[in-house]
Design a protein. Structure first.
Length: 170
């Protein structure tokens, strides 16, 4: 369910539905503000070490108990690569070097509309075998391709990136 504004954040007048910029939007009849529903931006990474990839098991909904790439939402004052580093550190305790963008996917979350930017990443600094699951995950673990829990992946973006990695495309 997407957030829908009822009152103008600028002057407090109740908003009305009206055509603006080619579609029906919430508009303030008093000050003219047009309320745009903004997309959320998430960032994540395919963290690789040798022939292994790092996955995390989600401890929260949606898809609680399923496996995903380490990822999360950007804060308003962050750059995408820094946000990806922060999310990976929060969820796994691992410091990484962020490489190029691998792909951009739509978020498939019933409560949030947006996109996820998926980067390539490599461990740096802290020993990569010392993982600490924290934040919104309960397990962080390295997987070889034959160990990946394909039937328990949380998101299509995770599956698509892992398939490309498995095929040697990335």
């Amino acid at each position: 369910m997407a957030y829908e504004a009822n009152y103008c954040p600028q002057c407090g007048t109740p908003l009305v539905d009206r055509e603006a910029y080619g579609r029906i939007r919430r508009v303030c009849p008093s000050c003219g503000l047009v309320f745009f529903r903004d997309l959320k931006v998430a960032v994540g990474a395919l963290v690789r070490q040798g022939n292994q990839v790092l996955l995390v098991r989600r401890a929260v909904h949606p898809e609680k108990g399923k496996w995903a790439l380490p990822a999360g939402y950007m804060e308003y004052d962050e750059e995408p690569r820094s946000a990806a580093q922060r999310e990976i550190r929060e969820e796994t305790g691992l410091d990484v070097t962020i490489g190029p963008v691998l792909d951009v996917f739509p978020l498939h979350n019933p409560y949030v509309r947006g996109v996820i930017i998926v980067y390539d990443a490599r461990p740096m600094g802290s020993p990569p075998d010392r993982l600490t699951a924290d934040d919104d995950v309960d397990i962080a673990r390295w997987f070889q391709v034959e160990e990946i829990p394909w039937d328990a992946l949380a998101f299509e973006s995770t599956r698509a990136i892992l398939e490309r990695w498995r095929k040697g495309e990335i």
